[in-house]
Design a protein around this ligand. Sequence first.
Ligand code: IPM
Ligand code: MG
Length: 368
Amino acid sequence: MANPSLLILPGDGIGPEVMEQVKRVIGWFGDKRGLAFDVSEDLVGGAAYDAHGTPLHDDTMAKALEVDAVLLGAVGGPKYDDLDFSVKPERGLLRLRKEMDLFSNLRPAQCFDALADFSSLKKDIVAGLDIMIVRELTSGVYFGEPRGIINEGNERVGINTQRYTESEIDRVARSAFELARRRSGKVCSMEKANVMESGILWREVVQKVHDDDYPDVELSHMYADNGAMQLVRAPKQFDVILTDNLFGDILSDCAAMLTGSLGMLPSASLGAPAANGRPKALYEPVHGSAPDISGQGKANPIACILSFAMALRYSFDQGDEAARLEAAIEKVLADGARTADLMGEEGGTPITTSEMGDVILAALDASL
Ligand code: IPM
Ligand code: MG
C-alpha cells in the first residue's frame, strides 16, 4: 500500500522555521516507527503571492484536495498589509478551508503542568485545564453573502452577513457531540440567540441533534459574551465548546491564552470522510506568522509539532504515536526547555527553535 501523503505549506513569517522542526519529527516517525509519509511541499499566503501573484495557486489547491492531510505553518505579514483584499495572504488559507470543506475546527486549549505559572490567570484556575473548542469553519460571517463595501447616498457602507443553514449547524454539532463522547461527555454551545436570528436557529438545531442522536451527552447553551467571561473566570467548567466561525475565532484566542502561550496550541480542521475513510484535513498551529520575531530562531515550534500529533490521531489513526509525541513534549517542558515565549519572570536563557527540535527528538528517542 502507498504511504499516506502529506502536503506541507510552511507559509510566511515563523511558519517556515517551525515547520523545519516538524519535518524532522516526521522524519523520526518514518525512521524509528516505520510510519513513512510521502511528503510534498508548496507555497501559501504571502510566499505564494510573491511567487505567483496569488495567495494560493490553483495547482496547490488541487494538490491539497488530493493528499491525505495538509500541514500549514502560518500566513500573513506587514509586507502584505496594503495588498488588495482579494489577494491578501489570509485569502489563501480561507480558500483552503472552504474548498476542502473543513467545517469542523478543533482547537484544544490544554495547560501543561510545567507551564501553569505562565498563564495570566492564577495557577489553580488553569492547572490541568483541558478544553476543546469546536469552531464552525466554512460558513457564517466569514463567507456569508451579501458582503462588500458599497456606496449609499453620500457615504460608504461595509456589509457582511451572518448566515447559517440547518445542515451546516447540524454537521458541526455532530462532530462536537462525537468528540464529547470520547472526552468527558459535555458540550456547551455558544451563540447570541438573544440578538441574532442565526443564533436562535443555531440553538434550536444543536438541541435537536442532541435530543435525536446524542441524549447521553450533557448539553448546555450560553451566550457567547458570557462564554468569554466564563472562560477567564472559571475555564475548567468547560469540556467541549461548540460555536460558530466568528465567535470561535475570538473565543479560541481567549482560551489559548489561558494556557500561557499561543506558541503551544495546535489545531485540526476536518471535513467529511473521503472514500478511504479519512476526513479531509488541515492541521495548523493557532499562532500566526509572528513577523516581529521571524527569522531570529526565537519561535516556539511546539504548536506546529502538536498539530502533527493531531494529524497522527485524527487522520492516520495513530493515537498511540500521537500520545508518544505529546508525552515527549511534556517531558522536555518538565525538564525546563523554554523558547523565548516561555520565559517567566525568573529569567534564564531561552533555547532556539532548532534546539527545541533537538530536545524533542532526544525525548522521542528516549521513549523507545
Ligand atoms: C485563525 C486566524 C484566521 C481566522 C485568519 C488568519 C484568517 O485568525 O485561524 O484563527 O480569522 O480564522
Ligand atoms: Mg484567529
